[in-house]
Write a new protein. Sequence first.
Length: 327
Amino acid sequence: MDKIIGLGNALVDVLATLDSDEILAEMELPKGSMTLIDEDKLLKINKYFSRVKTHLATGGSAGNAIRGMAQLGAGTGFIGKVNNDSYGNFYRESLLKRGTEANLLLSDTLPSGVASTFISPDGERTFGTYLGAASTLKAEDLSLEMFKGYTYLFIEGYLVQEHDMILRAIELAKEAGLQVCLDMASYNIVAGDHEFFSLLVNKYVDIVFANEEEAKAFTGKEPEEALDVIAKMCSIAIVKVGARGSLIRKGTEEVRVEAVPVAKVVDTTGAGDFFAAGFLYGLTCGYSLEKCGKIGSILSGEVIQVIGTELPDSKWEKIKEDIIMIN
């Protein structure tokens, strides 16, 4: 089976479920976005979190996707940067526990990164992200050895502010013979660095994941047209359209996959990451585009029914059984 390595911000998620969205305005966090915050804002959020019930989980977009793939049995690795503190150790142990090769570099200047996650009553999630040690991952930290033995590199779009590091990672991955997968991550990130996203997708990236807001920020088009535009730039384009499922295009082959019906959406944290996990797991198994999309839908449908991105082992066993049943 092919192996996948993820490159991303090693973050620990601290999640809180909201009774209303008022606190988002108070914290100046646009609903549904990922906003990078400084230490002062983190302290303000922590003060609020100290008064409410919170839940701790390993996070980061690429980290979530890699964890999902590892749970399904794929060969996985992860490159990121943490501090040698409690959050950093928590992150490393969670990777190793699932059999993922942990290429975690250490920062001795900043604490490990934290994603403060606000879950609205409708299940939408909003992130105030303090990158900390994760932001100190630089081009010179990467080596060719890290990429050898893998078939795919999965990059989260949240990293794009580090242009040199992303380009170095892609250069090394291509040298090692890997295909590059990019998740666009968040509409405001795409809009804020559109030119660099265009360069990556046009020149380097083989597989692109985007939700409809990200696809619109990138192309200015609605999902179907956006899919067409992105598919002309890369090998496989995926545009996720929420409860309406996903659109997948490879060359002239186009597939529409329905979303798995869900009684109640609890928290959309990790929905896109888990879709990518399922889709890429399918690719490592050599499955059709449609089956890859269906596995992605199963995973994203499960993760939106829990707070955070941790599914119990019993749920993973059921997911594996459901995958076997897909035609």
